[in-house]
Design a protein around this ligand. Structure first.
Ligand SMILES: [Zn+2]
Length: 347
């Protein structure tokens, strides 16, 4: 078995060298097929649309938000994901904001796992596709494009869906790809999902949330080939992704202040409140155009972002095939309420 695998990998490495990819020595054939499917070109193509002025900053609710949701759903369909919403890929509700009532939609698709038993368990890969919309008056640029926040996470979820759908092997567990509305209004889309989960919470083993993974110009200094995880040591997801990152040259780290401080500041928290082990991965927590109109697509480091996505693919693949499930660290007092929620959903 080993020698056959080695030969396959040698052939694959040679093919990849010819194709201009750096081969990764420690990857299995399927891991290599996963990571090599992730491309800077398609990330750029998707983000150029999602963060374009035409979508007017994707406020919740708005026409631009709807356009983004339609685009993501069309992509999920093209990948062959099974729709998991109440209206195709859409989990639909309505909100009123500033006197305007409109529909808002989480976009949800699933890639069914291959193992007869494990396929009824789920890993969720998430990002928020909404942003701040546009300024109602003023001069110059009025549109909050949100290329990094969180266009980068959104297109990464799309690209990961594509990679998993086209990999040589299907994962044993099922993987749900989901993008949320309303994060910028206070995690409203993910909280709505938390109140209306589409698969049993008991069988949802983890949520990997992606935020701000396109910018490397961190306010603290350049952040290249590194991803930071919130709640790094709240669960054992940190260890799993650190190992995945090693295979591809990405350091997955715990920021000394922000790892814990930012845990409650993105959509992973709605999942944590259900007891689901969760985290958010980002490159820069703080960067010059954060929540400003200058958060534009031309400031994204697509090469680095693709590497981050490859690390995410390897970590998700590991969790999707392991007999083990991620667990909260019950000895950490900061996990207490999430541990309580986990026990409530696992009587
Ligand atoms: Zn965000």
């Amino acid at each position: 078995m080993a020698s056959l695998l080695c030969r396959r990998l040698t052939v694959l490495s040679a093919a990849l060298l010819i194709a201009g990819f750096a081969p990764y020595q420690d990857l299995t054939t399927n891991e290599a097929s996963l990571v090599n499917h992730i491309s800077t070109d398609s990330l750029k193509e998707h983000l150029t649309y999602i963060a374009s002025d035409a979508l007017e900053g994707r406020g919740s609710p708005s026409k631009g938000l709807d356009m983004a949701a339609d685009y993501i759903a069309a992509h999920f369909k093209k990948c062959g994901l099974e729709p998991l919403g109440d209206d195709g890929y859409f989990q639909t509700t309505e909100i009123t904001r500033r006197g305007v009532t409109g529909k808002v939609r989480n976009v949800i698709g699933v890639l069914r796992g291959s193992d007869p038993k494990l396929k009824d368990t789920y890993i969720i890969v998430t990002a928020h596709y909404d942003h701040l919309g546009k300024k109602l008056s003023g001069e110059g640029d009025l549109i909050y494009n949100g290329a990094n926040d969180d266009g980068s996470g959104t297109v990464s979820v799309m690209e990961l869906a594509d990679a998993f759908a086209h990999a040589a092997e299907k994962p044993k567990r099922s993987i749900i790809f989901m993008t949320f509305w309303g994060e910028e209004l206070g995690l409203r889309g993910s909280r709505y999902y938390g109140q209306h989960p589409v698969v049993p919470v008991t069988n949802t083993i983890a949520d990997i949330n992606l935020e701000q993974i396109g910018r490397t110009d961190d306010t603290e200094g350049p952040r290249v080939k590194e991803a930071s995880m919130t709640g790094f040591d709240y669960t054992d997801i940190g260890t799993i992704f650190a190992a995945a990152g090693k295979k591809i040259g990405i350091a997955v780290t715990k920021h000394p202040q922000f790892s814990d401080a930012f845990f409650a500041r993105s959509d992973n928290q709605a999942m944590a409140f259900l007891g689901v082990p969760s985290c958010t991965l980002c490159t820069a927590y703080e960067y010059p155009d954060y929540h400003r109109v200058g958060d534009e697509v031309d400031k994204i480091d697509f090469g680095n972002m693709a590497q981050i996505d490859k690390m995410v693919a390897l970590g998700v693949w590991e969790m999707a095939n392991s007999a083990q499930v991620p667990k909260w660290d019950e000895s950490n007092p900061k996990t207490a309420r999430y541990v309580t929620a986990w026990h409530a959903s696992h009587p």
